[in-house]
Each structure stands twice: as C-alpha cells, then as structure tokens.
Write a protein that binds this ligand. Structure first.
Ligand code: SF4
Length: 328
C-alpha cells in the first residue's frame, strides 16, 4: 500500500504527536508500506511564521522523525516546498473544487469564527493543497485523525470528480483512522498541545521533563499526602499507562487509592519510565542535530525521490487536462 502523511514544522513535537502520528508512521513503514512523509511547510505558512524559526523547525521535525524510527531507506521523507508539483496539482484541483463546499470545511469555519482577522486565501484552499499532496503520489491510504476526516472526504471527492471529467486516473484514497492514543496535557484539562503549553517534548532533556512533571495537575482530591485519590481521573496515571510496566501500574493504582504513595512518589516512578523510553530517541535526535547537514542530505534525497514520482503524475495530469509539460 502507498501511504501519505504530512506533518507541520511549527515547533517542538510533543508526546501527543508521538503517540498520535509518529508511532503510527513508524508502524506503517515497518509493515512494509511505501510511505511518503512530508514536512508540510506550505501548509504552515497559512498562519504567520517567523522565517528563521520555520527553517529551524523544519530541520528539528525531520531530525525528530528520524530519531523516532523513520528510516530514509524505507520511507521517503521530504519537505513539501522542495516538490513544486504539489502547488501545480493543487491549482488543477482548485479548478474543480466546489466553492460552497470549501466554505463549509469545519476547520476553516472554526478559524473564521476565532481568528477572522488572520484569514487568508491559503487557509481557505488548504484542503485542496492537502488533496494534491495525497493524489500526487496516488496514495492508497491516508492516516488521519478525526479532525482531518472532512478534508480527506474532499480529497476523495476531488479524485472522483477529476476521474469523471478526464478519465479514470487517480486511485480514490482510503482513510485510515489509526488507533491514536489521546494524550492529556500536564494541566489535566485539555489535550496535550503546544498552544496550551501543557506538553512534554519528545526530545526534551531529563531535567526539563522533571521540571514539568513535578508541578503537573493530579487528582484534586489528594490535597494532602494522606488523602486517598482516584488514579483513573488523573492525567499522571494516564501517562503511566503509556510508559510504565504492568507491576508499577498496579503499585500506582493501589498506592493512590490507599494513600500509600504520594503524588511526588508516583510522578518519580513515571519520570524514570518516561525518561528511559525517551532517552534513546533523544540521543538519536541529538546525534542528528549535531550535524544538520546530514538531515538536509536526507531531505534532499527524499525530495529527489518524491519529485521523480510527482513529475510523472503531473505530466499525466497535464496531458489529460490539455497542457504540455516542459519538464517531462
Ligand atoms: Fe495521580 Fe499518582 Fe497522585 Fe494518584 S498518586 S493522584 S495517580 S499523581
């Protein structure tokens, strides 16, 4: 199966990204799929970005993906703007995208309500570029979270519409809803995210992880050390489920319910398991970041491979539409 997935280079990747997109990306790769993983910087600039930060984050995201297990020998890892065919195909698809339906995209509507002043044409046509990203590689499978399901549906419709108008050409991609573990933020009230500043970065150092874990929210019933608590409503317990072995999870459940352990003890157990899980990733990340030319070389190689396929698709699309394609 051919898989396409994009990730935005908008800063530090956190545990939510790790248990969401990244682990699944590695799994799909290791199951023998032909995976295209793109750092989608064209999508990122639909919101204002600092140019230097964007360049830096692009490399950091690539290094993180390599560190978690994306293997450039097995997957094609590239930066979206290095393959201009994404934009060229997006224009062709724009010309068959129904305007009314575009305006009904939930993410666009939400942004219209929340950030009317920041709206731009790129945000409006974002789902068409996303469709181009996928169709350019004739992907069969697209792993997406529920928030992206509507965009995927649009992609499927655009593929069908193109095929009806110009002849059967694009495979209509299937949506893959991977089993994604929702990671609650350290404040215990919302999904882990950068904007809520309630996250632990995948490559964050040991000291910094503990500095964030120590004051993290717990069951509010545990006002003092001797108050029993309910681990099942506590975000620290939910993190234990992701990082700690079964016997320690049992110790935490019993210790919390009977007040045999305090929240700091509980967090220390979590911290050690979390850190030993993340340390090899952090070490590999630091190794890649110690020579960013190597990361750039991986991305350049990925872009060349991606372009080879993208050019072929675009040449065929142009021919069907009635254009010549000078780069053929
Ligand atoms: Fe949460 Fe652990 Fe404290 Fe229980 S002991 S409330 S699970 S941090």
């Amino acid at each position: 199966m051919r898989v396409f997935s994009g990730i935005q280079p908008t800063g530090t990747l956190h545990l939510g990204n790790y248990f969401g997109m990244l682990r699944n990306a590695v799994k799909l790769q290791n199951e023998g799929n032909e995976c295209f993983y793109s750092i989608v910087n064209l999508h990122a600039i639909t919101l204002p970005q600092d140019p230097e930060a964007l360049k830096k984050h692009t490399i950091e995201v690539a290094a993180t993906m390599l560190a978690v297990g994306i293997d450039p020998e097995k997957s094609i890892l590239f930066v979206q703007s290095d393959v201009p065919e994404h934009i060229q195909l997006a224009w062709v698809l724009s010309c068959i995208a129904p305007f009314g339906q575009m305006g009904r995209m939930i993410q666009f509507k939400e942004k219209t309500e929340k950030e009317a002043a920041a709206l731009n044409l790129g945000l409006f046509s974002y789902p068409v570029l996303q469709a181009a990203d996928i169709l350019l590689y004739k992907a069969d499978l697209v792993p997406v979270g529920k928030d992206q399901a509507q965009h995927l549906e649009l992609c499927r419709e655009l593929a069908t519409k193109f095929n009806t108008r110009y002849g059967d050409f694009f495979p209509v991609p299937e949506t893959l809803h991977p089993k994604i573990t929702k990671v609650v933020g350290l404040d215990g009230s919302a999904k882990m995210s950068k904007s809520a500043n309630n996250y632990i970065g995948i490559t964050e150092d040991r000291e910094s992880i503990w500095k964030k874990l120590k004051p993290a929210a717990t069951d509010p019933a545990r006002v003092t050390r001797s108050d029993p608590g309910n681990p099942f409503i506590c975000n620290i317990y939910k993190l234990h489920e992701l990082f700690s072995p079964k016997n320690d999870i049992e110790i935490v459940i019993d210790g919390c319910q009977t007040a045999k352990i305090g929240c700091i003890d509980c967090k220390q157990i979590l911290f050690e398991h979390m850190d030993s899980h993340l340390k090899p990733i952090r070490d590999r990340y630091n190794e890649w970041m110690s020579d960013t030319k190597k990361v750039e070389a991986v991305l350049a190689d990925g872009a060349e491979k991606a372009r080879g396929i993208a050019r072929e698709t675009l040449a065929e699309v142009y021919d069907l539409v009635g254009f010549s394609y000078a780069s053929k």
